[in-house]
Design a protein around this ligand. Structure first.
Ligand code: B12
Ligand code: SF4
Length: 497
């Protein structure tokens, strides 16, 4: 059968087209795990943000798909429905499958027949999708396919959940990167890709979708498979790789062994980016950080979340941000973790969440000030009520969800009520600070990739300061006017189809 797999074009504030275009790892993993006689094309629509309608139309004509699959995050739901509509208008009898975080955690939202969706794959997709294609091809019953919801005569039928894969052996084969049909993946001028070494996390941060998606657990791929995956990404042109593990730092001994393995395999010429817990880096940084650097790690996304203790407990993220000395808790881990990384020439992508219900101007400022002082590239977000997270339940129970427009759930739009400040004010404070912190990092980027920066600095700067004009920089207008223009631009670009 012909299969067309699409990831959605919607992006959020931190994704300038010239600097960050990351492939969706799920779709190539699905493509690598279907039976080999299927012809699969994978298109990451973020690469064609301004030409979504034309591109989908072209791909449908070119690949004549029997099955179209969409990978959807919550803030992309509206776009997903519009794309299904478009696909159906071009090819009415096509089977439409959706999967990913939003269909898995908000399954009911996809079951209205008017949306034109036939199948919902909940949770891990590789084996469910393989079995689904077999059943469609052989026209057999869908009832035995765990993890699947399917359209039946009198409504959707939801089969039992699928057990998680242990990731051992060859149960999940390597991704099929050859299936990608669009070009342009980049991280700061170097062709980018994503790989996985493990899935899952045993923590329970209140804002994170991972626990509802798969429970609290940690499953690992073998290093043999991980190295083969990195080589495959490199052979497909990647010079920059994002390790998308939910929490690679859960097992530090394994992480250290991975660094040694990358070096031994000669793969440390690649720039690696990884997400990490501050506690793990603070506690083990002395030995771990030099090793990471040797293995090619360049950017580390630290889930600092907040520097104010009461906010950390609201986010249920205190323990992953506590350092330990002599087996005892010894305060916030963020500064120690950042210090280890900086001493070893790595850069910190600092994940912070501001605008929690009890935040004050001072607590927001404390976080922004921390970012200015210690973080290389800020990734500051607002609390966002993604489906079924514990935080969403708490916010809904307290009547604190200010917006139900899901396309605004991109993490950089304030959608939650705060007792002491308006959402717009918090967003303004974050937006104003963040642009200048990012601009400060351009010099570091220029040293690493002078040619890329020389070619792209104008576009990157224009994106970074969207909404601002000469008048703003000369102080001839209130920055709030520039902010209002920026918000207008964001609102307009949310219509992708
Ligand atoms: C890597 C990552 C990113 C990367 C790269 C994204 C990319 N291009 O893939 C970056 C940093 C850019 C990013 C950004 C954002 N992300 Co992100 N990201 C992740 C992360 C850490 C891993 C995703 C991944 O690749 N997993 C590995 C693959 C193999 O697993 P998977 O995606 O789950 O796919 C499996 C199943 O879901 C299913 N499946 C998925 N799609 C499909 C499609 C079909 C047809 C089928 C059958 C099955 C299927 O099968 C797959 C294989 O088993 C997750 C999870 C986490 N713990 O934080 C968050 C996560 C997906 N991100 C999230 C969000 C919200 C965002 C942002 C909006 C900002 C933010 N608030 O963080 C932006 C938006 C990006 C954009 N387009 O502009 C949320 C989504 C929540 C939700 N309910 O929608 C998550 C879950 C994190 C969270 N907050 O809990 N992200
Ligand atoms: S440590 Fe990271 S992956 Fe684990 S629950 Fe918290 S935010 Fe999610």
């Amino acid at each position: 059968m012909n299969v067309l797999l699409l990831s959605m074009p919607d992006s959020f504030e931190h994704m300038p087209a010239s600097a960050v275009r990351m492939p969706n790892g799920a779709l190539v993993s699905l493509a690598g795990n279907v039976d080999p006689h299927h012809r699969v094309a994978v298109a990451d629509l973020i690469l064609v943000q301004g030409r979504v309608r034309e591109t989908v139309t072209r791909l449908v004509h070119e690949y004549q798909p029997d099955v179209v699959g969409l990978s959807v995050m919550t803030f992309q739901r509206k776009t997903a429905f519009a794309i299904v509509n478009l696909v159906r208008s071009l090819r009415p009898r096509v089977r439409v499958v959706v999967g990913g975080y939003d269909p898995s955690l908000a399954t009911e939202a996809y079951t209205d027949y008017s949306h034109g969706i036939d199948f919902i794959v909940r949770g891990e997709g590789e084996l469910t999708f393989r079995e689904l294609l077999r059943a469609i091809e052989k026209q057999t019953d869908y009832g035995a396919i765990t993890g699947l919801s399917y359209r039946a005569e009198h409504g959707f039928t939801h089969n039992p959940d699928r057990q998680l894969s242990t990731l051992e052996g060859s149960e999940i084969r390597l991704p099929a990167r050859r299936s990608r049909v669009l070009k342009g993946y980049t991280l700061l001028g170097r062709q980018s890709d994503v790989i996985e070494t493990s899935r899952g996390c045993t923590f329970d941060c209140s804002f994170c979708s991972i626990i509802e998606m798969r429970g609290r657990n940690f499953n690992k791929f073998s290093f043999e498979r991980v190295l083969a995956d990195i080589r495959d990404a490199r052979d497909h042109g990647a010079r920059s790789i994002f390790i998308v593990d939910d929490n690679l730092t859960l097992n530090i001994k394994r992480f250290e062994a991975l660094c040694y393995a990358i070096v031994a395999a000669g793969l440390n010429t690649i720039d690696f980016t990884v997400q990490a817990m501050t506690s793990a880096i603070a506690d083990h940084g002395q030995t771990l950080a030099p090793l990471m650097r040797k293995a090619g790690f360049r950017y580390v996304f630290l889930g600092i979340e907040n520097v104010v203790e009461s906010d950390l407990s609201f986010l249920h993220a205190a323990s992953k941000n506590t350092k330990h000395e002599n087996g005892k808790r010894a305060g916030n881990a963020a500064l120690t973790a950042i210090d280890h990384l900086h001493r070893n020439s790595m850069y910190v992508l600092g994940g912070l969440i501001v605008g929690n219900p009890e935040d004050t101007r001072e607590s927001v400022q404390a976080n922004l000030q921390f970012a200015r002082k210690f973080i290389d590239w800020p990734y500051i977000q607002h609390p966002t009520p993604y489906p079924r997270t514990p935080m969403t339940k708490a916010l809904a129970d307290a009547g604190l969800i200010a917006s139900d427009r899901l396309d605004e759930y991109d993490g950089t739009t304030s959608v939650v009520k705060c007792a002491n400040l308006s959402g717009e004010e918090i967003e303004f404070m974050r937006w104003k600070a963040e642009r200048w912190i990012k601009a400060r990092h351009w010099w570091t980027l220029a040293k690493h990739d002078p040619l890329f920066m020389a070619r792209n600095i104008a576009r990157i700067a224009a994106f970074n300061f969207r909404g601002s004009s000469m008048k703003t920089f000369l102080g001839l207008e209130d920055e709030r006017q520039a902010f209002a223009r920026y918000r207008g631009i964001r609102a307009a670009e949310r219509s992708y189809v």
